[in-house]
Write a protein that binds this ligand. Structure first.
Ligand code: G3I
Length: 359
């Protein structure tokens, strides 16, 4: 009899979920719920790692897979850190989202690329092919190109090439570098999901229309793209939830996968708060709820590629690393890994009932 009880206990334990914790965000969702991590901390600090593994089932390295880190000199790739992150993800059953193969941001472009005198097109192709092949079966999706469209759009969406950012890539690899990047990534790994990722797609409808026109053009010409990433670095009161819904609705019409790829929510934009008050946390909680709920309501299950929060504890948010004038509390956990009210707002958004649409 005792043996039977022990076996039953063991089976219950196995069935209790990947890590035996019953209130993790991902357990409430039928799509991936991710977190951006600092790779170094993830590998070094057991507590940091443990908390991420406990609550999320998808992971993005916030910096470590950018160009300057993975490809520091012309013939040298540095996969050591990210390989270790990828191994842990595989072992623990988390998806790894690669961010990002191509980005214009000066700080993340290695000097050798900036000073390159050879053929940029060939150099970019080799960069993409090497990295994507290396992470085959380890990375489940990639941001192939990040932030390639400008904010101040002056041309109609159909003329999206005129709204490309005049980046080092645009200037040296030509206007078709984005489409080419998707083709090369697909050749290197045809099983991975390939995303275009950008900011201000919610509150700048001209920009969203332009991105969508570019995506539709790619689809028309059989360029292998799978989805659009909405970064969603938003405020507690802006943009209005209706605008978020409208933006998601427009993107859904493309039939592509939709990710909310870098969600965080600022609450102290006017600098009035010296600490996170219960009222401010409650407002954040409500905001997380409505955004997560809107995603579920608007994006059909087959197009949901997931929601990723841009960091775990408030203190480590990019806003508190010199990118904001005032302290911010944009994430789901305190610096002691205690779930904030915002965390429970996120769960409410994941679990609230959505009536089925009448056919
Ligand atoms: O690694 C150096 C370290 O050696 C040095 O001591 C320290 C001193 O400032 O800086 C460290 O580098 C910082 C790096 O993050 C790694 O922590 C850079 O200064 C800092 O500028 C860099 O910021 C990152 C930023 O992208 C620029 O790459 C943020 O962490 C990261 O959250 C942010 O993420 C971007 C997405 O990639 C694209 N979408 C917007 C999002 C937020 O800006």
């Amino acid at each position: 009899m005792n043996k039977v009880i022990i076996i039953l206990y063991f089976l219950c334990f196995l069935g209790a979920g990947r890590r035996g914790f019953d209130n993790a965000l991902y357990q409430h969702a039928d799509f991936p719920i991710g977190c951006a991590v600092t790779a170094g901390q993830f590998l070094k600090y057991q507590k940091y790692r443990r908390n991420i593994l406990c609550y999320f089932n998808s992971l993005t390295t916030g910096n470590a897979m950018k160009m300057s880190y993975l490809h520091p000199s012309v013939k040298k790739y540095n996969f050591k850190t990210t390989d270790r992150v990828a191994d842990i993800c595989k072992k623990k059953g988390l998806l790894l989202h690669g961010h990002t193969l191509i980005w214009h941001s000066d700080y993340q472009i290695p000097d050798w690329m900036k000073n390159y005198t050879g053929n940029y097109k060939i150099m970019l192709e080799e960069h993409i092919r090497t990295i994507v092949s290396h992470f085959r079966k380890k990375v489940s999706s990639w941001d192939v190109v990040n932030e390639a469209i400008i904010d101040n759009i002056q041309n109609p969406p159909s003329e999206w090439k005129k709204s490309l950012r005049k980046s080092i890539w645009y200037s040296n690899a030509g206007t078709d570098y984005i489409g080419q990047a998707f083709c090369r990534a697909n050749e290197a790994d045809s099983n991975v999901d390939l995303f275009y990722n950008d900011y201000n797609l919610i509150n700048n409808s001209k920009k969203l229309d332009t991105v969508i026109a570019m995506m539709e053009d790619f689809l028309k010409h059989n360029i292998p793209i799978d989805g659009i990433g909405f970064q969603a670095h938003i405020l507690v009161d802006k943009p209005a939830i209706d605008n978020i819904k409208k933006a998601l609705q427009k993107a859904v019409k493309t039939g592509l996968l939709i990710r909310i790829s870098e969600l965080d929510i600022r609450v102290n934009t006017k600098g009035r708060l010296a600490r996170l008050t219960p009222e401010a946390d409650a407002a954040l909680s409500e905001r997380y709820r409505e955004v997560v709920f809107a995603y579920r309501k608007i994006v059909p299950p087959q197009q949901r590629a997931g929601i990723t929060v841009w960091g775990i504890c408030d203190g480590s948010s990019w806003y508190n690393q010199g990118y904001s004038r005032y302290p911010e509390w944009p994430l789901l956990f305190t610096d002691d890994y205690i779930p904030k009210q915002a965390y429970y707002g996120f769960i409410k958004g994941l679990t609230a009932y959505i009536p089925e649409k009448k056919k």
